[in-house]
Design a protein around this ligand. Structure first.
Ligand code: NAI
Ligand code: MG
Length: 398
């Protein structure tokens, strides 16, 4: 079989080191691939005025599969100040290359598994009956609609006349907002389309079926947000009835779900939600399994097959320039395992996950976050594993 080419996009800050260490793990596990580097992030904004250059889009278009570290983003004014002098006159406006990637390739399916590792000192614990301390093993997979909803970008402050007139056709707007001057209104829309809603729901059910999860939970708020959440839940009912009768359909409200996270997180399997609630609930579940050092993700478009695999953490600039990197590479390694599953290299993925599980269960090699230390350059002297040592430990198990 021809060797695969993977686009590697280290990005900024700790994205670089976690991706480099992950590629070492992939090589050690016997995954044969060539890596071509894709430029993305702050450096390219500063020097070219474009954090997501066309050449990177072309590489992804060609090779379909990308591993991505993390990028640095800054607010509008700071972004402008960072531009090199000759670019300042060009009227450039910074926009997130991550959102750019999602929109450009229609990466509408975002998948974020949150599974506890035995022996992880960061696992969630709770007090059960008779005061017994319980450590429920979490195994949830969040499917987040990645391109629409509150992140769709259709919003206004002091909305244009036509928009205002349209809003005035709604009785609730007239009743609740028409006395407020137009200049004092800000509106962010939450648009769901049937097509994208069906795609995320089907992806969730399909995953439940393929990986033996017994339930799919729609986590929205249909009792209040009747149109969008309501549509998602109704479509889920239809899809379940027609095509997945053996999988239970549950329905939770996002607020209650966040409370249940600390009561019975072990009961949830596949969870599906719109963009904002999916973001919230996936961060909530990530907190139960160790937080940012463990939270991995995939985003893909089932039509084109294009997939981008990345940890959910950012570039952690304060640790970026440490002589010895201290951050936990597991979130990136796990994201690479999601890539392997996606391209049907499931055996190698399983092998790597087993190695990670062994390192964690053994408890000899732990990064600073696992030792509940504050991140500082001296954590390695104090017994925490560096990024490289953690990768070495995983490789040793392989
Ligand atoms: P962050 O995720 O970079 O870091 C927050 C804190 O989490 C860090 O200070 C560190 O204590 C911890 N942390 C993160 N990754 C870790 C790891 N692998 N191991 C151990 N601890 C880890 O988020 P922050 O500080 O809000 O943002 C920093 C920059 O990253 C910003 O410019 C932001 O825009 C960008 N960002 C990029 C993302 C991406 O590329 N997907 C996502 C989130 C933020
Ligand atoms: Mg988030």
């Amino acid at each position: 079989m021809a060797k695969r080419t993977i686009v590697s996009m280290p990005g900024d800050g700790i994205g670089k080191v976690v991706l480099e260490e992950t590629i070492r793990v992939l090589n050690a596990a016997g995954f044969e691939a060539d890596y071509v580097e894709g430029d993305i992030g702050w450096e390219f904004w500063k020097t070219e005025g474009e954090p997501l250059p066309q050449r990177t889009l072309d590489l992804i278009e060609k090779h379909k599969i990308a591993l991505f570290g993390a990028i640095t983003s800054k607010p509008k004014d700071a972004a402008f100040d960072a531009l090199s002098p000759e670019l300042k006159e060009k009227g450039l406006v910074y926009s997130s290359p991550i959102v750019g990637l999602r929109q450009h390739f229609g990466l509408d399916i975002c998948m974020r598994p949150c599974k506890s590792y035995k022996g992880n000192p960061l696992n969630f614990i709770k007090r059960g009956v008779s005061d017994v301390i319980e450590e429920p093993m979490v195994d949830a997979v969040i499917f987040r609609q990645n391109t629409e909803g509150l992140y769709g970008g259709v919003e206004w402050s002091n909305p244009p006349e036509k928009v205002y007139d349209a809003l005035m056709t709604h009785p609730k707007f007239v009743k609740n907002f028409s006395k407020t001057p137009k200049e004092e209104l800000s509106v962010s829309t939450r648009i769901f389309t049937k097509k994208a809603t069906e795609r995320i729901l089907r992806a969730a059910f399909e995953h439940a079926k393929n990986y033996g999860y017994k339930n799919v939970t729609v986590c929205e708020k249909p009792n209040v947000i009747r149109e969008t959440s309501g549509m998602m839940y109704k479509m889920a009912q239809e899809i379940q009835k027609a095509d997945y009768p053996n999988i239970e359909l549950w329905n939770t409200n996002i607020d209650a779900q966040m409370m249940w996270l600390t009561k019975n997180p072990e009961n949830y399997g596949v969870i599906v939600a719109g963009n904002m609630f999916g973001d919230i609930v996936s961060d909530g579940f990530a907190g139960l399994i160790g937080g940012l050092g463990f939270a991995c993700s995939a985003q893909f478009n089932p039509d084109s097959g294009i997939g981008v695999f990345e940890p959910t953490h950012g570039s952690a600039p304060k640790y970026a320039d440490y002589e010895t990197s201290i951050v936990n590479p597991i979130a990136m390694v796990e994201s690479a395992c999601m890539m392997l599953d996606y391209i049907n290299e499931k055996d190698i993925a399983a092998k790597i996950r087993k190695a990670v599980a062994e390192v964690i269960a053994e408890g000899k090699v732990r990064s600073y976050d696992m030792m509940k230390m504050t991140g500082r350059p001296d954590v390695v002297e104090r017994g925490a594993a560096s990024t490289q040592q953690m990768a070495d430990a995983i490789i040793a198990k392989l």
